[in-house]
Design a binder for this molecule. Structure first.
Ligand code: AHR
Length: 504
């Protein structure tokens, strides 16, 4: 089967915002405790943070990590996580039916972010709390000493403001499961007034208002319109979330789901345009897709804790999806979609980062390892920075539940002018046939292939586990060459590839 692609130097989508490769860590399950934080672990640093995990995170060069939730944030008191650790209260977490010692709070998280070379993106509780706590938290984190909250931060060991720019105004406030769930009008008003107060403190903050929790919500996309009508002039981004699942074990339908993602982004982009036009505004709100991932493998195992039958455990195993090879293809397609919509999606966060629906897993007092999905995320984060190219793609397709004529080839390309390279990220969705790929490189001059990584496996369901950590890893590919202006190569059935080309 043939797939032909045209890439032209001047046909671009957008300069990609590096924050597209951000991540998310929530006080949930073992994401924090025995995930990033495990004081007794042989690799722990002086703050009790695991060194092995920090290294795997550092390698990903993640620009921002969203924290501390998620559903958790909607009943979280940030004050519980500051001050001497011994004095911090253990609280019941209503979102996940667990308890939290608060041994990690904003100071510990900030230190960890510095260690791993990332920045904080903080979420504010607009569920059980409101404007006053929001402004107190922001003043505590960013305010000057010589004022109440700045002085308290100094007393707690950090005189300098943390200088956090990105703030989420609540989490999934459209969701009936959320503590403090609101209607679009109730939330829109609260978010607007909260944004006004935060901007009175610091105009340069970047604020993210909650959009829909997913595109199946009954309130979508009316929610976006209403919330944006309340907040358009005072926020910068609208947050979207989407999780992917292969519940009926139908790979072709599963791998077409990024078409649903694409429609979701398109509809919200149009809603932004609608509200912008209605407001006669010159401002452009964009999208922060701050939760995305595959999430379904662990659903059945989680019921016991989530239904409250296990009491209030501290850091239980929750949402510990073991990702298989099929999920590599899915994550590759999702990241391709974000690259192709990088004109409107400026921030995206893989949810989550460690143990909880995560590319990195840990064993308490044991090793940390890479899940299968670590790799497509790694390749996109490291080589997907620059300008997204508008590709012309011709390839046969198939009809799926969410869309017709889904091309077997899913591809994106990023031109990095600083290194004068192009990275292609390609997924072959065909179960049995290789794709004969031909890419016409127009206007780039001479080109040669400098890296070609392939992920493929005879078993779609194989996972990386504690006992078998490298069952699915990328391998150096072969046979991709450039002759004149044409790159050619063969993409095996069900495969993910990253191909880098040096221009001269
Ligand atoms: O990432 C897991 C959960 O998914 C988050 O807490 C919530 O925001 C979403 O529903």
């Amino acid at each position: 089967m043939k797939a032909t692609v045209t890439a032209h130097r001047d046909f671009t989508i957008s300069d990609i915002d590096d924050r597209l490769y951000s991540a998310f860590l929530e006080h949930l399950g073992r994401a924090i405790y025995t995930g990033i934080h495990e004081p007794g672990h042989p690799t722990a640093d002086k703050n009790g943070m695991r060194g092995d995990v920090a290294q795997l995170v550092r390698d990903l060069k993640i620009p921002y990590v969203r924290y501390p939730g998620g559903n958790f944030v909607s009943a979280y008191n940030w004050e519980d996580g500051v001050g001497p650790v011994a004095d911090r209260p253990t609280r019941l977490d209503l979102a996940w039916h667990t308890s939290d010692s608060n041994a990690v709070g904003v100071h510990e998280f900030a230190a960890w972010c510095e260690t791993v070379g990332t920045q904080m993106m903080l979420a504010i509780n607009l569920g059980s709390r409101g404007l006053d706590e929001a402004r107190n938290f922001v003043e505590y984190v960013n305010g000057p000493t010589g004022s109440y909250w700045g002085d308290l931060r100094k007393k707690n060991g950090h005189a300098d403001p943390f200088d956090v720019k990105l703030w989420c105004l609540g989490n999934e406030m459209d969701g009936p499961w959320q503590v403090g769930h609101k209607t679009a009008d109730e939330y829109g008003r609260l978010a607007s007034e909260t944004a006004k107060a935060l901007r009175a403190f610091d105009k340069s903050l970047e604020l993210i208002v909650c959009g829909s929790s997913n595109s199946d919500m009954p309130t979508y996309p009316e929610w976006e319109r209403t919330v944006l009508e309340h907040t358009y002039e005072s926020v910068d981004y609208i947050s979207l979330h989407m999780y992917f699942a292969n519940r009926s074990n139908h790979t072709a339908n599963y791998l077409a789901l990024n078409h649903k993602l694409d429609n979701y982004i398109g509809a919200v982009a149009s809603t932004i345009d609608f509200v912008q036009a209605k407001k006669r505004s010159k401002k452009k709100v964009t999208i922060s897709f701050d939760e995305w991932n595959v999430w379904y493998h662990s659903n059945a195992a989680d019921r016991e804790v989530l239904d409250g039958h296990g009491g209030w455990p501290h850091a239980p195993r929750l949402l510990e999806d073991a990702y298989n090879f099929e999920d590599v293809l899915q994550v590759g397609c999702i990241l391709n979609t974000f690259i192709r919509r990088s004109d409107v999606v400026r921030i995206a966060c893989i949810a989550q980062l460690v143990n909880v629906i995560a590319p990195i897993m840990t064993e308490p007092n044991g090793p940390a390892w890479k899940q299968t999905t670590y790799y497509p995320y790694y390749f996109a984060s490291i080589f997907g920075r620059g300008t997204a190219l508008q590709l012309g793609v011709t390839c046969p397709g198939y009809d799926a539940d969410v869309a017709d004529n889904v091309p077997y080839l899913d591809i994106s390309a990023v031109h990095d002018k600083t290194t004068n390279t192009i990275a292609f990220f390609a997924v072959n969705r065909h179960a049995t046939d290789a794709l004969e790929l031909s890419i016409d490189l127009k206007g780039f001059g001479k080109a040669r292939v400098i890296d070609h990584q392939v992920m493929t496996h005879s078993n779609l369901k194989v996972v990386n586990s504690l006992s078998e950590q490298n069952a699915v890893v990328p391998k150096a590919g072969s046979g991709v060459t450039v002759d004149g202006d044409t790159l050619t190569g063969k993409l095996p059935a069900y495969s993910y590839q990253m191909i880098r080309v040096q221009l001269s």
